[in-house]
Structures are given as structure tokens and as C-alpha cells.
Design a protein around this ligand. Structure first.
Ligand code: PMV
Length: 342
């Protein structure tokens, strides 16, 4: 960390503010090779959720850390706060220096989107603006990764690849945006349940790595899938993109099922959605799904099939992953961060 921000110092500004979009992995990050630094066993590739994400403001505070999530003042013992406080500990210029954090997700928390991804990416960017570090995106991605692995990818928009890296200190484990756009691509977020999960992704990954025999095959599968997805993006081959993403998500869940005790995030409604998508596909509608460590399903579709998805899945929220330039609920200009030219 010191390699990135140098010695800890007081902030240069009165406040820092930033937005980061949420992301959905098409080739999943599942399993760490270092639990402290959130270093992954495999590279992963995601699609950002356009205007859906987290906006965060950070300021200095007297006496104690104060954390507001969607305007609610959370106590220090809330799970959200204790995890965030541990992250903030990395940056305190002195032990009795405290922060006031206001963080807001512009998607329903129950929507099953990875709020930790956009949350820690927005936090890293806001800290950068607050302290005046002037970090580029690669270093921001490394800092965000320390809060939550998938946050390494949420520093960017569009298609993003998080490189596994080899170094023990994680300095080569960061994400980069792929120079690709796919304006006709859409993602539909289908909330099956807003209930809290029985095991979070951190715990789920750890158990899978430690106990699943099938997991041994996962890094090789992920390496093959990420290459196929890269190629599908280059060629705008929707069928290849969708079928690889769906297979990758199912393989990740297979390793969870093989864990001891087994991990099953799906609900009966989740499986019904799978069957419905498979039926529609058989009938000629090219829809594919992906699913993270939870019961909610994300459907990959092309713009021309938005109408069918709206009528078949009326509760689905359809997002355009490439619309961030036109619709941004929280303009990034206020954050003052410097972006790497690419
Ligand atoms: O960043 P974490 O620790 O919340 O892990 C995310 C894991 C998955 O969402 C299941 C996969 C991914 O690549 O985002």
C-alpha cells in the first residue's frame, strides 16, 4: 500500500467525492490465493452496469467514524461499517483521525447487485480525491481490490479485465478497461429475493477453495472462458459471449455445490428462471444468464429482444452497460481524480 500512496499524510482537500458503476462478471472471480490482499486464483472479466452504482462523499470527522449508507446512520458494529472501518484503517494519517462517509447506491440494495464492487471502487476514488494522491486507474484498482476483489473492476466502465497477476505483493493484480464497446448489448437484472445470503462471497470462496475437489478444475476452465469471451467481444459474437458466460457461472456454482458443507445460493425461483431462459432459447430467442453468489439472475440480451424480456420478466430492470456517458446520476467531475489515458 505504501508503494502506492507513499507515507500516510493528512488530506489535501476538505472532501472527496466519486461515483463508481457496479459490475457483473462474465468470467467470474472465485477463489483467492491471498485472503489479506484479495489476490485471485484466476483472471476475471466483467461488464459494468452503466449508470447503476455507488456515489460516495468522504470528509474528516471529530471523535469517531460516522458512516451513512443510503442516508441511514449505521452504527460501528454493523457488518457494513466494521468492514469499511477496517479498510479505512489503512489510510488514517494518525490513529485518532476519523472519517465521515456518506455512501449511496442508486440501485435497490435488494437488487442483488454487487454493491461491494461499486462501493469500494467509489471509496478508493473518493479517498484519492480527498487526500490528493492523484493516482492513475491502475493504482486505484489495486486500492479498491483491498476492500473487495470485484471492486478492482468497478474503477472502470464497459468491459473490464482484472489480471490475476503473479507477484506476492499484488502489484500486478489490477484491472484494465478493454478498448471495446457494444452498444446493442443489454443486461436485465432480475431480483428473485432480497433476503440476506446465508454465507457471503468471502466465506463461500474460502470454503470452496479449501474443500471442493471440483475447484481444482476451475482455474483452467476460467482461463479458457476468459479467452473465449475476449474473442466474442472482439467479434461481437453474442452467442459465444452469452453461452460462455452462462457456462462459466454454472461451473462456479458447481464448485460451490461440491464444497463441504455444500453451498447453494439458488432458490426454486432462480431455477425456474433458468428453465424459462432455456425454453425461450429453444424457441429461438437468444437469451443467456449469469449469476453471482446469490439467488438473483442477470440476463444477457441484445437490444432487439428488450420487448420480449420485458413481457416475459416484467420485474426485470434492463440496463445499457454503455450508456454511462449520457446518463450519469452522479457526475464524476466533482471527484477531481485523474484518469489514465488509453
Ligand atoms: O468481490 P467479492 O469478494 O464480493 O467477490 C465477488 C464474487 C462474485 O461476484 C461471485 C464473482 C465476481 O467475479 O464478481
Amino acid at each position: 500500500m505504501q508503494k502506492i500512496i507513499g507515507p500516510l499524510a493528512l488530506p489535501q482537500n476538505e472532501r472527496g467525492e466519486a461515483f463508481a458503476a457496479s459490475n457483473i462478471a462474465l468470467c467470474k472471480y472465485w477463489g483467492k490465493r491471498d485472503n489479506e490482499l484479495n489476490l485471485p486464483q484466476n483472471s476475471s472479466l466483467s461488464l459494468s452496469l452503466g449508470h447503476l452504482g455507488t456515489h460516495t462523499i468522504i470528509q474528516a470527522n471529530a471523535a469517531k467514524d460516522e458512516i451513512y449508507l443510503n442516508k441511514e446512520n449505521l452504527g460501528p458494529s454493523a457488518r457494513f461499517s466494521s468492514r469499511l472501518i477496517a479498510f479505512l484503517d489503512l489510510f488514517r494519517p494518525m490513529p485518532d483521525y476519523f472519517f465521515r462517509i456518506e455512501t449511496h447506491n442508486n440501485f435497490p440494495t435488494a437488487a442483488g447487485l454487487a454493491s461491494s464492487a461499486s462501493g469500494y471502487a467509489a471509496m478508493a476514488k473518493a479517498l484519492n480525491a480527498f487526500f490528493g494522491w492523484r493516482l492513475d486507474d491502475i493504482n486505484l484498482s489495486i486500492l479498491a481490490r483491498l476492500g473487495s476483489g470485484s471492486a478492482a473492476r468497478s474503477v472502470y466502465t464497459g468491459f473490464v479485465e482484472w489480471h490475476r497477476g503473479e507477484a506476492e505483493d499484488g502489484m500486478d493484480s489490477y484491472a484494465e478497461q478493454l478498448p471495446a464497446s457494444w452498444p446493442e448489448l443489454r443486461l436485465a437484472v432480475l431480483t428473485v429475493s432480497g433476503a440476506a445470503k446465508s454465507i457471503d462471497s468471502r466465506g463461500g470462496m474460502r470454503r470452496t477453495v479449501e474443500t471442493s475437489t471440483l475447484y481444482k478444475a476451475w482455474p483452467e476452465k476460467a482461463t479458457r472462458d476468459i479467452e473465449a469471451i475476449r474473442q466474442a467481444i472482439r467479434e461481437h459474437d453474442f452467442e459465444r459471449l452469452g453461452s460462455t458466460a452462462e457456462s462459466n457461472a454454472l461451473a462456479m456454482h458447481a464448485t460451490m455445490l461440491d464444497s463441504q458443507p455444500a453451498i447453494l445460493y439458488w432458490l426454486p425461483e432462480t431455477v425456474s428462471v433458468f428453465h424459462k431462459i432455456w425454453r425461450l432459447r429453444q424457441e429461438g430467442v437468444p437469451l443467456y444468464f449469469t449469476i453471482d453468489a446469490g439467488p438473483n439472475v442477470k440476463i444477457l440480451l441484445e437490444e432487439k429482444n428488450e420487448g420480449i424480456v420485458r413481457s416475459e420478466f416484467c420485474e426485470a430492470e434492463i440496463v445499457n452497460p454503455f450508456i454511462f456517458n449520457r446518463v450519469n446520476h452522479f457526475p464524476e467531475s466533482a471527484s477531481g481524480e485523474r484518469r489514465t489515458a488509453r
